[in-house]
Ligand binder design. Structure first.
Ligand SMILES: Cc1ncc(COP(=O)(O)O)c(C=O)c1O
Length: 405
């Protein structure tokens, strides 16, 4: 007897996609060779590798060239550290209000709070994961000193207008580009609009320096110097006569957020691949979106543009025509062998532990609604036409089961 292929996997039926999805292998032969190069380079020099060395210098230069507007970069140990150091370098008065996007990683919020600053949540634009100018204007007050603007899921926020609004009021802008490496707004790369930018380069990000990592970018040399000092125990490396063996010269207490040379070398290799990674991700999502539009009536893929550097991919579901919640729908899709996050729990206003730290109890209804109306497809640049077909078919199977008749 043949299995009933329409029976949902979550109810004991066969998976729509039975074969494993393609692995990513962000760290492959080129990254292995890059690490070996570090060993060879330092062996030839007769010293051990450490940090703030030749490979970090090269990585940071490559990163600045990649963003394409000049400036300075410092590689650090994590994305959370990058945000923390970038905010510290802005030297905001204790207790300053910092506006922040509503959907992000806890690291973004922790970086604000642990700098003795007070987060003030923005809402997102209706139907979008990112905030926009209207949401910014609604929450600016005379106490606002900075905006931490997240470019969520590989899609640029309308950053030019938001920076203009902020700067009119003397408000500094830190762009959190962790999920949007190489994404563009009006053809210009994110990270180059604000005063300073932070990128997580942990292993899942579109370009990665290893298991953990981060980069800070600024066009302002003075800010860059403060970044370097805040990332490495207050060291004033730019001062004449600077001696890193003389802590009497150091400027202030600061933690050690250095990235090591091995990670920097991996980053050099990964950065070379980034545009190709982003292109392949867009190609896959376009093919998948075409399939989904053909086979589904209730699911709408997010738009994909040439400006995007897709990280995860929200798919919107018409809940009014479903017999289940969007979360249950996403879970059923996941059971079919599709990698999904059925319910993106990174809506900051919902985290109880954070509430005492925020300036007020702002509810971010747009952010909640956009999350509740979507589930996220998780994918990588090795997904191709077969996955586009299989994953759309899996979603159509679930939709067929749960749609209202
Ligand atoms: C938007 C955003 N900000 C900050 C972080 C924190 O970065 P990390 O995990 O490298 O500390 C991440 C990801 O993890 C992120 O996606």
């Amino acid at each position: 007897m043949s299995a009933d292929t329409t029976r949902l996997a979550i109810l004991g039926g066969p998976k729509a996609r039975a074969t494993p999805l393609p692995g990513r292998f962000a760290f492959g032969d080129p990254e292995f060779a890059a690490v070996q190069e570090v060993f060879a380079y330092y062996k030839a020099k007769g010293i051990d590798f450490g940090y703030q060395g030749y490979f970090e210098e090269r990585y940071c230069q490559n990163f600045v060239s990649y963003l394409g507007v000049g400036g300075f970069a410092d590689a650090v140990a994590t994305g959370t550290g990058a945000l923390y150091v970038a905010l510290a370098a802005l030297q905001l008065p204790r207790g300053s209000h910092v506006l922040v996007s509503p959907i992000t990683d806890p690291g973004t919020l922790s970086a604000i709070i642990l700098n003795n600053l007070t987060p003030v949540l923005l809402d997102s634009m209706p139907g979008q994961y990112n905030s926009g100018p209207e949401q910014l204007r609604a929450r600016l007050t005379p106490q606002t000193r900075a905006l931490v603007l997240v470019h969520c899921a590989g899609v640029a926020a309308p950053v030019d207008d938001m920076v203009a609004i902020a700067h009119e009021r003397g408000v500094k802008v830190l762009e959190d580009c962790s999920q949007s490496h190489g994404a563009k707004w009006k053809g210009q790369k994110v990270g180059t609009f604000g005063d300073i930018a932070a990128f997580s380069t942990m292993y899942r990000k579109n370009h990665a320096t290893g298991g953990c990592g981060g980069v800070i970018f600024s066009r302002d040399e003075n800010l860059y110097r403060l970044v370097r000092a805040h990332a490495d125990r207050g060291k004033p490396f730019w001062r004449e006569g600077y001696n890193d063996k003389d802590p009497k010269q150091f400027l202030f207490p600061a933690l050690n957020w250095n990235l090591d040379e091995l990670s920097a070398a991996i980053g050099i290799s990964a950065l070379h691949k980034l545009d190709g990674v982003n292109r392949r991700r867009r190609d896959f999502l376009r093919a998948f979106s075409d399939e989904l539009r053909t086979h589904s009536e209730l699911c709408t893929p997010s738009p994909v543009t040439d400006n995007d550097a897709p990280f995860f991919f929200p798919i919107f579901v018409d809940a009014t025509r479903l017999q289940c919640t969007v979360r249950e729908f996403g879970e059923a899709v996941g059971a079919e062998g599709v990698s999904v996050n059925p319910h993106y729990d990174y809506v900051v206003s919902e985290w109880d532990y954070l509430k005492p730290h925020c300036a007020d109890a702002f509810a971010t209804p747009n952010a909640v609604a956009v999350r509740d109306g979507s589930f996220n497809l998780l994918f990588n640049e090795n997904f191709g036409p077969t996955e586009a077909r299989d994953l759309a078919a899996a979603i159509a199977k679930v939709e067929h089961h749960y749609r209202k008749t």
